[in-house]
Write a protein that binds this ligand. Structure first.
Ligand code: URA
Length: 223
C-alpha cells in the first residue's frame, strides 16, 4: 500500500489491512522493499529485531544488534554472534569478548566507550561461516550503523568480517597492516580475538594493528 493511501486511511481512523509477512522458511528470499537507509537508531533496531530476510531468523534465539557509545570514535566490527552472544543478545560476551575487552583496555578504551557490532546480526548454526547471501542481506544494517556513528576509525576483527565489510577476497595477512577506506572512514583489520586465543603469539601483531588504529584516530596516516 502506498504511503498516501495509508495516511489517508489513518486520517479517517481506519486501520489499513497490511498482509502479514510469511514465515522465513516459506518466504522467498527477497531484498527489502525499503532498506535501512535513513532509519534512526530506534527504527533500525526494530527492523533488525524483526528481520526475516534470511534463514538465520529461524534458528536464532534473538538478534544481536550491537552495543556501546553511538557517538564512539572507535567502532569494532566482528563476524557474527556465537552461542553466548545469541543467548545474551550482546556481541562479544564470550571468551573472545573478554580478550577483545583487554585489547581495548590496552588501547585506552573501556568497552562502553566504543561501539561493537557484527556483520551478521544472527548466529549461524554451529558457528559456521556466514554464507554470502546472509552477509549481503545483513550488511545494509551494519552500513546504516556505521553511517549513524560516523566513527573516526573502524577496527575490523577477523578475515571473514574484513572480507565482507570491504568486499574483498584477500587473506588476513594481506588485509592487515594498512589503512582501508569505507567511504571516507578509515578501516584497520586485525586478527579475530578467538584466533588470538588459539595463537597467542600473534598478539604482538594485533597490538601493532591497534597502534595503527590509534594513530589514525590521533589524526595520523598510520605511517
Ligand atoms: N565473534 C564475533 O565475531 N562476534 C561476536 O559477537 C562474538 C564472537
Amino acid at each position: 500500500m502506498d504511503a498516501r493511501r495509508s495516511s489517508a486511511l489513518e486520517a479517517l481512523g481506519i486501520t489499513a489491512y497490511v498482509p502479514r509477512a510469511r514465515s522465513a522458511a516459506a518466504a522467498p528470499q527477497r531484498a527489502p522493499a525499503v532498506g535501512p537507509a535513513g532509519k534512526d537508531w530506534a527504527t533500525l533496531a526494530a527492523a533488525v529485531r524483526e528481520c526475516t530476510l534470511c534463514g538465520l531468523c529461524a534458528t536464532r534465539t534473538q538478534t544481536v544488534f550491537g552495543i556501546g557509545d553511538v557517538q564512539a570514535r572507535l567502532m569494532v566490527i566482528g563476524e557474527a554472534p556465537g552461542a553466548e552472544e545469541d543467548r545474551q543478545g550482546e556481541p562479544f560476551v564470550g571468551r573472545a569478548g573478554q580478550l577483545l575487552n583487554a585489547m581495548l583496555k590496552a588501547a585506552g578504551f573501556d568497552r562502553p566507550q566504543v561501539y561493537i557490532a557484527n556483520v551478521l546480526k544472527c548466529r549461524p548454526p554451529n558457528n559456521r561461516d556466514p554464507a554470502a547471501d546472509e552477509a549481503a542481506r545483513c550488511l545494509p544494517y551494519l552500513r546504516r550503523q556505521i553511517e549513524l556513528i560516523d566513527p573516526a576509525v573502524i577496527l575490523c576483527v577477523g578475515r571473514i568480517a574484513a572480507q565482507r565489510l570491504l568486499q574483498r577476497d584477500d587473506t588476513l595477512g594481506r588485509l592487515r597492516g594498512r589503512i582501508h577506506r569505507l567511504g571516507r572512514i578509515p578501516v584497520v583489520v586485525t586478527y579475530h580475538p578467538a584466533y588470538l586465543l588459539r595463537s597467542p603469539t600473534e598478539k604482538r601483531k594485533s597490538w601493532e594493528d591497534l597502534k595503527l588504529a590509534m594513530g589514525v584516530m590521533a589524526g595520523g596516516d598510520g605511517t
